[in-house]
Design a protein around this ligand. Structure first.
Ligand code: DGL
Length: 273
């Protein structure tokens, strides 16, 4: 008779706990992808919107702020944390990995998927990410593709104000005109306006949310690419006026709690939850 083997119960994470961090609302695009792929997990979202934006901060300052979030996650005994912020990843992901005993995942701008199908790619990022050695090392891995990196000094802050305070946002004032056949969103805040940015450039747009969520599944040992449910309704990922985060086991932490409450609970959620 064939012997069946099952994973030992202690290796099966029935309800993993995951911390997701961003300087503010941008990481919600990553959180949504993680919730989709790991509906059984419990999420803690730390949006440091009391101190956003991070794009022109010094690396030490960013690391100090990220460390606070990682400590908050450690206190909640998370099984893994995601730095859902390209800027903070470039500034201090390695440092956090060395300091904390749970796996710390970072964001990687979706340069690889873009380089597979495009030849002339525009990369939009915060000033910190745009100058980072990490991004340039990544671009250098794709010598057949031409990259133009545009640092957008004010867009993340404008997106933050839009969601947190309802301030008007004229997105197109922030976007550089450039001929390209693909756009990489190198900041999770920009991914909240993915469809609008795609319409502006008229080319495919790539962001790292889905890839990061898949990596999280692998790190936690739950789900594989075969089991992952495809994104439903990819063109209508974002909507207003619903209150679903709490129902999905997402707890909000962080300093800007008052703003968080408005932005996270009353203003936004993702339709394909
Ligand atoms: N959402 C962040 C990123 O992916 C940071 C934006 C900011 O705070 O400037 O880079």
């Amino acid at each position: 008779m064939q012997k069946l083997s099952f994973p030992a119960p202690e290796n099966v994470l029935l309800q993993p706990k995951v911390g997701v961090f961003d300087s503010g609302v941008g990481g919600l695009s990553v959180l949504a992808a993680c919730v989709r792929l790991l509906p059984q997990a419990r999420f803690f979202y730390y949006g440091d919107n009391a101190h956003a934006p991070y794009g022109e901060m010094r690396a030490e300052e960013i690391a100090r702020r990220v460390r606070r979030a990682m400590r908050a996650f450690r206190a909640r005994r998370v099984n893994a944390a995601v730095i859902a912020c390209n800027t903070a990843t470039a500034a201090c992901a390695e440092e956090m990995r060395a300091e904390f005993c749970f796996p710390v995942l970072g964001m990687e701008p979706a340069v690889a998927p873009a380089a597979r199908v495009c030849r002339n790619v525009l990369v939009l990022a915060t000033p910190f990410t745009a100058q980072s050695a990490r991004l340039h090392a990544l671009l250098a891995r794709f010598p057949d593709c031409r990259f133009t990196v545009a640092a957008l000094p004010r867009l993340a802050a404008a997106v933050e104000r839009y969601f947190a305070c309802g301030k008007r946002l004229t997105l197109f004032d922030h976007l550089p005109r450039a001929a390209c056949d693909g756009v990489v969103l190198g900041c999770t805040h920009y991914a909240l306006f993915r469809d609008e940015i795609a319409a502006f450039y008229g080319v495919p747009v790539f962001d790292g949310a889905e890839g990061t969520a898949r990596r999280l599944c692998r790190v936690l040992g739950v789900g594989t690419d075969d089991h992952l449910r495809p994104t439903q309704n990819p063109n209508k990922r974002f909507t207003k006026s619903c209150n679903k985060w709490g129902e999905k086991g997402v707890v909000f932490l962080g300093n800007g709690k008052k703003v968080n409450k408005y932005a996270y609970n009353s203003n936004i959620c993702f339709t394909n939850f």
